[in-house]
Design a binder for this molecule. Structure first.
Ligand SMILES: [Zn+2]
Ligand SMILES: [Zn+2]
Length: 363
């Protein structure tokens, strides 16, 4: 009997983590999405049902199937004239799972420029398969698709690994034909792509670009996770999620990093890092504060204020879903205390950590 309870406890922990790596800020739904995945219907190694099973297991809220339109290495074995087929199959496998949105997509697969371009929330992938890349991108826009630049840092297309705009990209951005950019793709993070997103008002994205199994590539059995984009949406409805993407309301979770525009990072950080105090000790002038990390991200904090701590250095790491006690030596009793920190693995710019300040009234 004891053993059974223990097992249930573990299962419960697992589901909580898988479904909710971050607490949603008030009045916001954090939608965990992966907008870039493949199956055997382009150059992936699995049938579309595996993509759906993984997404369900990992607790995603939204997944796009984005096969290469032009690159079809399995076509001799799986001849299919219809570029929507993998999405249709995926949608079938997802039936009955109302918590997972499955949306249609395609990867316009070209040399640089423009490189690889994803279109998601599209109606018909076949119409996006055009002779030239601009016509494909325009067709995706005609379907009101959300269009973004994939792996702009990819060394096969940028041998120095530096993401930069070509005149073609500027043309697309100026005409509002390109709406987002992958700052994170699979196992890569690009500071330059992050800066391009900020400078050009592009939506910041992180995707798995998974071809094989997410378990293997991202070491999920040992606590890893696929890179995902959290959309800060008004509701769980697809139309609201899509609008939020166009509005740039995203944060990206990649390994032990969380990154995004400051206005999106701040509410997520505030909802996931809490502080409480029990005030001064009875016989000393040391304030006790408890910090709580309510997320799956370890938080690396560096204190920026004038005091020192009784036990800790200024750098404090709070593991996922853990609490940490701090004892602050204020030297004389104060009525108010504010504790400013940077969170060094939560980024609001390529080299710019997020900031958070806790304020307390003391007795
Ligand atoms: Zn690609
Ligand atoms: Zn891809």
């Amino acid at each position: 009997m004891k053993k059974v309870f223990f097992l249930f406890g573990l299962l419960h922990c697992y589901t909580t983590w898988a479904q909710q790596p971050f607490q949603s800020p008030e009045n916001i739904q954090l939608i965990q999405s992966d907008l870039h995945t493949h199956s055997v219907f382009s150059d992936g190694s699995v049938w579309p049902d595996i993509r759906i099973q993984e997404a369900l297991k990992e607790g995603l809220d939204l997944i796009a199937i984005t096969e290469h339109l032009e690159y079809q290495p399995h076509q001799a074995d799986i001849p299919h004239p219809d570029r929507n087929r993998s999405f249709e199959l995926a949608q079938g496998y997802g039936q009955g799972h109302k918590n997972l949105h499955i949306i249609n997509g395609a990867e316009i697969t070209r040399d640089m420029p423009p490189g690889h371009i994803n279109a998601v929330f599209i109606e018909d992938a076949n119409k996006i398969l055009q002779k030239d890349s601009l016509s494909g991108i325009e067709a995706a826009n005609a379907q009101k698709g959300f269009v973004f630049w994939n792996h702009p840092t990819w060394d096969a297309q940028r041998p120095d690994g530096i993401a930069r705009l070509d005149p073609f990209h500027k043309y697309l951005i100026d005409r509002k034909l390109l709406h987002g950019i992958e700052v994170v793709n699979e196992l890569t993070f690009s500071e330059e792509a992050f800066q391009l997103a900020l400078d050009n008002q592009l939506t910041i994205l992180g995707t798995s670009d998974i071809h094989g199994l997410t378990d293997w590539l991202f070491d999920i059995p040992n606590g890893g996770h696929r890179p995902t984009t959290f959309v800060l949406s008004r509701s769980k409805k697809v139309t609201d999620i899509k609008n939020a993407l166009f509005e740039g309301r995203t944060v990206v979770w990649f390994q032990d990093l969380l990154l995004g525009k400051e206005e999106n990072i701040q509410p997520v950080l505030t909802a996931n890092l809490k502080a409480t105090t029990s005030g001064y000790g009875k016989e000393n002038v040391i304030v006790k504060v408890e910090l709580e990390n309510k997320s799956a991200l370890p938080m690396i904090l560096v204190y920026q204020g004038p005091f020192s701590f009784y036990k800790n250095s200024r750098t404090i790491t709070i593991p996922p879903f853990q609490k940490k006690q701090l004892e602050i030596k204020t030297q004389k009793k104060r009525q108010n205390l504010s504790l400013p920190f940077t969170v060094n693995n939560v980024l609001v710019g390529p080299r710019q950590p997020a900031q958070i300040e806790f304020k307390f009234a003391l007795k």
